[in-house]
Design a protein around this ligand. Structure first.
Ligand code: CP
Ligand code: NVA
Length: 298
């Protein structure tokens, strides 16, 4: 049985299969009668807010023939302290698969261990694998592939999205630069373990120079709201704006996983100038997740 719990544990060949299948999903959307999940009911168990991930999974699952239950973790007994391993064993007897958004990575792993059904990580504090698969699909679509690319992540380099980029760079061999102040950089052990072409620096301008992709994410990830004030001040010099875009390579893609906080990690003008890329990036969540689902049940 397949799970998608992290990019760290995903094989390069599986990444390549998913990215190739996503192109077919996108091309054939609305024209295909294939329903690989026909007759299944999947659960979405979300302990954090979501717009893109929730909607793209709900739509994608239905388009592939499945029915969907959205379960806010707060509103099921999980929110009152029922153990994950019990919730997992109950859902495992009733639904065909589950998509889980939560805090600790250990929670999705425990769920996968006990549920006996395919489990997808829809974001934890450690990783956001579906996002980075969709982002690599977008880069492939717009710039011909990941080979030889330089991706510069600007901002909170210790967040889930940055971590998934680290594992993706390690798996696929492209260059990843992470521009983040001290205290917001990925753990050196993770970089050592990834053993990819990864540079971590405080120098945002050096990191942007000649990059093919300038990528950012929120400065205050879900669960870090208590640190908001300090984060906004510590990360103030790490905004994606016109000055930074000028340093990047010609035609560089500006990407944001969204939601965007204008005037913080990106300015209004830069976001709007790159809205076509950024909202295609959001749309591609749907096509890539359909490819993930199809791959999982194969
Ligand atoms: N990018 C992303 O995962 O968005 P949501 O939090 O809205 O799902
Ligand atoms: N790093 C962000 C991603 C949101 C999609 C968070 O965890 O809130």
């Amino acid at each position: 049985m397949k799970h998608l719990l992290s990019i760290e544990k995903l094989a390069r060949t599986d990444i390549e299969t998913i990215l190739a299948d996503a192109a077919v999903m996108k091309r054939e959307r609305g024209h295909s009668s294939r329903r690989p999940l026909a007759g299944q009911i999947w659960a979405l168990v979300f302990a954090k807010s979501s717009t893109r991930t929730r909607v793209s999974f709900e739509v994608g699952l239905r388009e592939l023939g499945a029915d969907v239950l959205f379960l806010s973790a707060r509103e099921i007994q999980l929110g009152r302290g029922e153990p994950i391993k019990d919730t997992a064993r109950v859902l495992g007897r009733m639904v065909g698969g589950a998509v889980i958004r939560t805090f600790a990575q250990a929670e999705v792993e425990e769920f996968a261990h006990y549920a006996g059904i395919p489990i997808i990580n829809a974001l934890t504090d450690d990783e956001h694998p579906c996002q980075i698969l969709a982002d690599m699909f977008t880069i492939t679509e717009r710039a011909g592939g990941m080979d030889g690319k330089v991706v510069t992540f600007v901002g909170d380099g210790a967040c889930n999205v940055a971590a998934s980029w680290i594992w993706a760079a390690a798996k696929l061999g492209f260059e990843l630069r992470i521009a983040a102040p001290r205290g917001y950089q990925p753990a050196p052990e993770m970089i050592a373990r990834a053993a990819g072409r990864i540079v971590v620096t405080e120098d945002v301008q050096a990191a942007a120079r000649g990059a093919d992709v300038l990528y950012t994410d929120v400065w205050v990830s879900m669960g870090k709201e208590d640190e908001q004030e300090r984060r906004l001040s510590d990360l103030a010099g790490y905004q994606v704006n016109a000055g930074l875009v000028q340093l990047a390579g010609p035609g560089a893609l500006v990407m944001h996983c969204l939601p965007a906080y204008r005037g913080k990690e990106i300015d209004e003008a830069t976001l709007e100038a790159n809205a076509d890329t950024i909202f295609t990036q959001a749309e591609n969540r749907l096509h890539v997740q359909k490819a993930i689902l199809d791959w999982m049940v194969r």
